[in-house]
Design a protein around this ligand. Structure first.
Ligand code: COA
Length: 217
């Protein structure tokens, strides 16, 4: 088993994390696969948008192979404030941004009728967005360790609630192992985005729903 160091994400991780986003995350994450992401184009657009937000409060983490020095996993984490909500706007009518716009339509669909601030009596929370471990390092507990460190960093900064949207059975297990609770579940076979039903790949039938998990810290 590889020797892995889990540490906070830094500005100089940009290139390595961007590469993982384009080569692994956008290729293997089930919702994005089904929305026909173009991995390099959409990976770069997504990363340009979230990376600054994820570095802002130092809550994001990476996994590094201690022998080779390669970044082999990332856990992006952003803060969400009641008085300063984060908005990501991608146009559905622009073919270059349509897949990302539909992804966020699915994300916002999970939060419809749900006010995290009121429900938990907080004025800020952390949202975990983007989790990936390089395939050849999979199933060694790296995702669980990265999320656990991100939760510790969040607690230290006085966050009391963490949310995450999960698109796969595997990532759902990562959060269940850490005590997250499922609040909302949207099965892919009934999901409608921009007036159209989701196309279902075989992979999608296995990873059958998009869910919102929450943990009080
Ligand atoms: C999902 C992902 C982050 C898991 O990373 P990982 O480091 O392999 O996960 P862990 O080793 O910490 O596994 C934790 C648990 O998840 C489940 N799991 C993870 N990968 C699995 C797999 N390939 N098959 C079955 N269960 C799996 C298991 O229950 C595992 O616990 P166990 O090994 O004790 O049984 C990784 O597979 C990945 O990057 N996938 C592509 C991108 C993606 O889908 N990201 C999540 C978007 S919400």
């Amino acid at each position: 088993m590889a020797e892995i160091e889990i540490r906070p994400m830094r500005l100089d991780d940009e290139e390595a994390v961007r590469k993982l986003v384009c080569e692994e995350y956008m290729v293997r994450e089930p919702l994005q696969r089904n929305l026909e992401m173009e991995p390099v184009r959409d990976g770069n657009a997504w990363f340009d948008m979230v990376f600054p937000a994820c570095l802002k409060e130092g809550l994001s983490v990476v996994a590094v192979d201690s022998v080779f020095g390669d970044v082999v996993g990332f856990r992006c984490v952003m803060s969400v404030y009641k008085d300063n909500p984060q908005h990501f706007n991608f146009s559905k009518s622009d073919p270059n941004t349509r897949s990302l716009a539909l992804t966020y339509e699915a994300v916002f669909g999970l939060y419809k009728d749900l006010d995290i601030f009121t429900r938990y009596g907080v004025d800020k929370y952390v949202n975990m967005t983007g989790l990936c471990v390089a395939q050849k390092y999979g199933r060694q507990g790296i995702a669980v360790k990265m999320v656990a460190m991100a939760l510790d960093l969040s607690r230290k900064q006085n966050f009391r609630v963490a949310t995450v949207e999960t698109s796969s059975r595997y990532s759902a297990r990562v959060f269940e192992k850490l005590g997250f609770e499922k609040l909302v579940e949207h099965p892919y076979d009934t999901m409608v985005l921009d007036g159209e039903s989701m196309k279902m790949t075989d992979d999608m039938k296995y990873h059958y729903c998009f869910s919102l998990y929450v943990k009080e810290l």
